[in-house]
Design a protein around this ligand. Structure first.
Ligand code: CIR
Length: 264
């Protein structure tokens, strides 16, 4: 009932919020051993990301960098946006938590109805996946049970469905799953055989290509990271129009395509 769908069987996005990476980005949080990001390349890859979103037909709100928040380009973690209301998250990483202060003031321009995840609940937006009227909420290193329960209650009070999914291996829920539209998902690792996602049609990503499960469907396109030929082939065969983006400098900081924008 909530969702305006395009012919592609997916919610249409009109607006995105992105945030320029600061030079402090290279000192942000990461568990990867891929080396330090090259800041010049970070900026180029971020610009290309914005161009790709524009090609998908969305308006882009571009926030300037914040030196004091190295990970703040990963705006997705600060909020969960529905057509009716916004939920400001309570990011689970100490160094990131106050990223929500700026984001709240930005989101107020677009939403009158704003809800909040409150301590002791923590929640990162990267742990929240919307599939039509159903939200999946991961419990991770960043999102705790209390945070997940708070979001579930908020969503259910607005007649959405919500399912909590404790993660075994992935960093965030959306690290390993994305919604493509028309009841179809793309999955990797622990989500391939996960009972909660059994009733969707699946595109399965190989272990080597795991990083490419974090892709984004934006209006008529699916944006995927460059260099994952097998995933690209499968999406092509399924009939999607693809945009490929080099993501190396974001992968180094455990970030992916979904993390870099709030889409609504
Ligand atoms: C962090 O550790 O918080 C950042 N370096 C990466 C956040 C990626 N966000 C996401 O997966 N939603």
């Amino acid at each position: 009932p909530h969702i305006l769908k395009s012919d592609g069987g997916i919610k249409m996005f009109k607006q995105v919020i992105v945030k320029k990476p600061s030079s402090s980005y290279v000192n942000g949080l990461t568990t990867s051993d891929l080396g330090k990001p090259d800041y010049e390349k970070v900026l180029v890859q971020h610009d290309n990301y914005i161009q790709a979103l524009k090609k998908c037909g969305v308006e882009v709100e571009y926030l300037l960098e914040s030196d004091e928040f190295p990970d703040s380009t990963f705006v997705e973690d600060t909020a969960v946006l529905t057509p009716e209301f916004a939920v400001i998250s309570n990011p689970g990483a100490e160094t990131r938590n106050k990223e929500i202060i700026e984001m709240e003031s930005v989101i107020k321009k677009y939403y009158d109805d704003i809800r909040y995840i409150k301590a002791p609940g923590t929640l990162d937006g990267g742990d929240v996946l919307q599939i039509d009227d159903h939200f999946y909420i991961g419990i991770s290193e960043r999102t705790n049970e209390e945070g997940a329960e708070q979001l579930k209650r908020i969503l259910e009070s607005a007649d959405y469905k919500a399912t909590i999914v404790p993660l075994k291996e992935f960093f965030h829920l959306k690290t390993g799953i994305a919604y493509l539209g028309n009841n179809q998902i793309i999955v990797a690792g622990e989500f391939v055989d996960h009972p909660d996602f059994d009733h969707y049609e699946k595109i399965i990503v190989t272990k080597e290509d795991e990083y490419s499960a974090n892709c984004i469907r934006v209006n008529d396109y699916v944006i995927i990271p460059k260099g994952y030929e097998e995933t690209k082939r499968k999406l092509n065969e399924a009939g999607y129009q693809i945009i490929e983006l080099e993501m190396s400098e974001f992968q180094k900081q455990d970030g992916g395509l979904s993390c870099l924008s709030l889409r609504f």
